[in-house]
Design a protein around this ligand. Structure first.
Ligand code: HEC
Length: 168
């Protein structure tokens, strides 16, 4: 019992410290859900577990076929692919939000223009677009399965002449 209470107190302390810092100290650094203001959402949305730790070993082929069939309805993903209902996704990892010129982004995404699409932000957005970017015009419920999200993000990473380093 004593041990249990101590563990509980430590967890509570970690949450309090985490809230002060704006990130969850109890979690690994890459392991938090990012809100529209760029800060960690604590607690994260129900059902979310970070896909970031799974990206390095994710299945790019599965991510590819998922992306072609689901995202491809609205996005082109080739180098000079144009705009569909959504913007082109070439080089999306680490590229600033709302980067495609001539695409009529929502204010929600435009307001994040100063921030790159890090692995964390992609994970948050693709889990729940409306929680990461309230008011986004992307009419997509989100990928709730963590492994599938990791596969898709690992595939998005390959859409580049110089893919970004994999997250640890
Ligand atoms: C029904 C159409 C639709 C589907 C399906 C869809 N998207 Fe989108 N997506 C959009 C639209 C529209 C936007 C622009 C959102 C805005 O401006 O708020 C967008 C924006 C994005 C952005 C931000 C791009 C930027 O330049 O900042 C990313 C990343 C993205 N989508 C990835 C995906 C992925 C990955 C999938 C598949 C899992 C997907 N989308 C499925 C329509 C869609």
């Amino acid at each position: 019992m004593q041990v249990y209470r101590l563990a509980n107190a430590a967890a509570l302390a970690a949450v309090v410290v985490g809230m002060t810092l704006g990130i969850g100290v109890a979690q690994a650094k890459t392991d938090y859900f990012i809100k529209d203001n760029g800060k960690a959402m604590i607690p994260p949305p129900a059902g979310w577990t970070s896909a970031v730790p799974l990206i390095a070993k994710a299945n790019v082929e599965k991510g590819n076929s998922y992306a072609q069939s689901v995202c491809g309805a609205c996005h082109t993903m080739t180098k000079d692919g144009g705009t569909r209902f959504g913007p082109n996704l070439w080089n999306i990892v680490d590229r600033p939000h709302a980067h495609v010129t001539n695409f009529n982004y929502s204010t929600a995404i435009k307001n994040m223009q100063m921030r790159p699409w890090s692995y964390q932000e992609l994970d948050s957005f693709l889990f729940a677009p409306q929680i990461h970017a309230p008011g986004t015009r992307m009419p997509f419920a989100g990928i709730k399965d963590t492994q599938t999200r990791a596969d898709v993000i690992a595939y998005l990473r390959t859409l580049s002449d110089h893919p970004k380093p994999l997250p640890k």
